[in-house]
Design a protein around this ligand. Structure first.
Ligand SMILES: [Zn+2]
Length: 130
């Protein structure tokens, strides 16, 4: 149970999934810069690689798809069937929402994907990558 809480903490705080100290992304605020995609190569604290193998983050697309559905499905259904908004307005609202949340969805997807494969080791303080 502690590991699950730790993974959630790592995902929300944007920290290294192995030590929960080093930051994964260069800029803390995803909206601070257009370079919201820039990541560190390795953890500054434990040395964990944030790009373990070529094409590692292609799998994060599935997480991104799930997050996108989690936003569009309830909002779309609410607007269409509860508030009876016109379909084109619904599409415009959903497009705006997805563009507005693009940096957050991008980062969450990668952080979830990283945490899916890298185990939390609180004692990992040396700069020895695995
Ligand atoms: Zn680390």
């Amino acid at each position: 149970m502690e590991a699950k809480e730790s993974k959630l903490k790592s995902i929300i705080q944007g920290t290294c999934p192995k030590c929960h100290v080093g930051r994964v992304f260069i800029h803390k605020n995803p909206y601070a810069s257009w370079s919201f995609t820039k990541m560190h190569d390795h953890c500054s604290h434990c040395g964990q690689s944030f790009d373990p193998e070529p094409g590692f983050y292609q799998g994060a697309m599935y997480v991104s798809y799930a997050l996108t559905l989690a936003i569009t499905f309830p909002v779309g259904l609410l607007l269409l069937f509860v508030l009876n908004v016109d379909l084109f307005v619904v599409l415009a609202v959903l497009t705006f929402l997805l563009l507005a949340f693009l940096p957050v969805i991008f980062r969450l997807s990668r952080l979830v994907w990283l945490n899916f494969f890298i185990r939390y080791r609180p004692s990992a303080s040396s700069k020895q990558p695995e």
